[in-house]
Design a protein around this ligand. Sequence first.
Ligand SMILES: [Zn+2]
Length: 272
Amino acid sequence: MRTMFYKKLFVLAALSLTITGCQLDSMAFNRDALSTIGGFFSPVSQQQEVVAGAQLDQKIRQKYPPSKNVALQNYVSSIGRRVAAQSGVQYPYSYVVLEDSRTANAFAAPGGFIYITTGLLNMLENESQLAAVLAHETAHVSSRHVIKRLQERSTADVALNLLSRVTDINFNNRLTQIGEAVLFQKFSREDENEADLVGTQMMVKAGYNPLGMVQMLEKLNALNARGVVIPFLQSHPSSESRARLVEEYIQRNQLVRTGQLTDTTYFHQFVR
Ligand SMILES: [Zn+2]
């Protein structure tokens, strides 16, 4: 009886070793085969996205200087972190105000690095509208729109596959370059809508009035119609239909009852 037991145990152990060995071998084979046939396999992990984002952050800060107003930076960062805490996806999120009063823009770099210009801040009217911009950009990261861009571009980039075989440093440098190239590129309409709705959910969970998202979109749209150039709308298109979609979503889910906070004195103390 005892011998049978040990025999069974041995067979089981041998079997599991074989299975593990097989899995590792086939993975190694697939990875190699796919990268050989020209870049259909581009493993950009979240960790690599963050490393590339941190490198790109240095470049962005050199090109577009951050505001030196520390109180403003801290305030905007606190609102960003408040909505990001509701994203459910762990990234080392950071929120930076860029000193550029002539450009109304906000954008998300890979890895959770998010930027808003003083030009866009000056167009906002209350804290829930600011939360809306930051939640929208955060949602582009947490919903994997940003990493998707990196993956699409890097799979198309045969050179990346060649470089990635050499060293990790080359791979990360290449990812940073790709991240920079797609930084201001338009998102698809589906991604935009998803970022609006996911961003609206984040706002509500963080206690904000979700109508801030609708107001923000309507406000920028109205300014755009009057001929004010708003790069945020150029990289985040179809704002009129976006506002309607968010409004319907809020009504359908009765979100106004949940999220109450529209404004604070801090907004007017630090922003305008
Ligand atoms: Zn967007």
